[in-house]
Design a protein around this ligand. Structure first.
Ligand SMILES: [Zn+2]
Length: 153
């Protein structure tokens, strides 16, 4: 049967579930929640500091054991500004960036806040690859990635 002969049935999945953060994720989120610290893990073989921390280095296939304190400043590696509504995400507009924080070798995505995104052309002049950012923490933290965000310096 050819693909164009198949019937496609539109469906929707709306699942609520609890995702186990595991030992590495739990320590990462607790450090954010309790100490306002961002921690990465260093690969003993390639020496890269992985952020968000992983239990294993995906390049070397070895267990990571050494925790490293990561700086609260970094550089935007990639970003997007979202102007459409997506299920489970904030009302647009909002910006998300991959940021290489000082002391880490891998970039971590999070929201960029504190800038006016209402004018897309002006927003794109402010958010740039290579722009310096600072981590800002929520006052009441819950052990979630949304406990912190990036702000342009
Ligand atoms: Zn490695």
């Amino acid at each position: 049967m050819n693909e164009e002969d198949l019937i496609f049935i539109p469906q929707r999945w709306d699942l609520k579930f609890h995702h186990a953060a595991g030992e590495t994720g739990t320590r990462f989120f607790k450090a954010i929640m309790e100490q306002k610290e961002i921690l990465g893990k260093k690969c003993p073989k390639c020496k890269r500091v992985l952020l968000p921390p992983r239990s294993f280095c995906e390049r070397c296939f070895v267990e990571t054991t050494e925790w490293m304190k990561i700086g609260s400043e970094g550089t935007i590696q990639a970003f997007t500004i979202v102007y459409e509504k997506f299920e489970g995400l904030p009302d647009p507009p909002y910006a998300i960036a991959y940021v290489l924080l000082d002391g880490a070798n891998t970039a971590m995505a999070n929201f960029v806040k504190g800038i006016d995104l209402s004018d897309i052309k002006k927003a794109f002049k402010r958010i740039k690859i290579g722009a310096k950012v600072q981590v800002a923490f929520r006052k009441k933290r819950q052990g979630r990635i949304t406990d912190f965000w990036y702000e342009l310096k």
